[in-house]
Design a binder for this molecule. Structure first.
Ligand code: FES
Length: 76
């Protein structure tokens, strides 16, 4: 994940960046996918950005919300 900058868009549908998701985890104590969805709107449209298994796009995402949560040792 180190290769991604904070401005990297994790959720294309709702234009939510890695920085916004990390902020939700750090500052708002988001612990789950549902928390992230509620706080940032990421994952609330097509859901492809949630995890590799949810990604049904032909163009795959590079980073998923579940990976970010795992990195911060939170449940996903
Ligand atoms: S890419 Fe995140 S909801 Fe569609």
């Amino acid at each position: 994940m180190a290769k991604f900058c904070k401005s990297h868009i994790v959720c294309d549908c709702n234009q939510v960046s890695l920085g916004e998701i990390v902020h939700a985890i750090d500052s708002a104590d988001a612990k789950s996918i549902e928390d992230i969805k509620e706080l940032t709107d990421a994952g609330n449209t097509c859901g492809c950005c949630i995890s590799k298994d949810d990604d049904v796009n032909s163009k795959k995402m590079e980073l998923y919300i579940s990976q970010i949560l795992n990195k911060f040792n939170k449940e996903s």
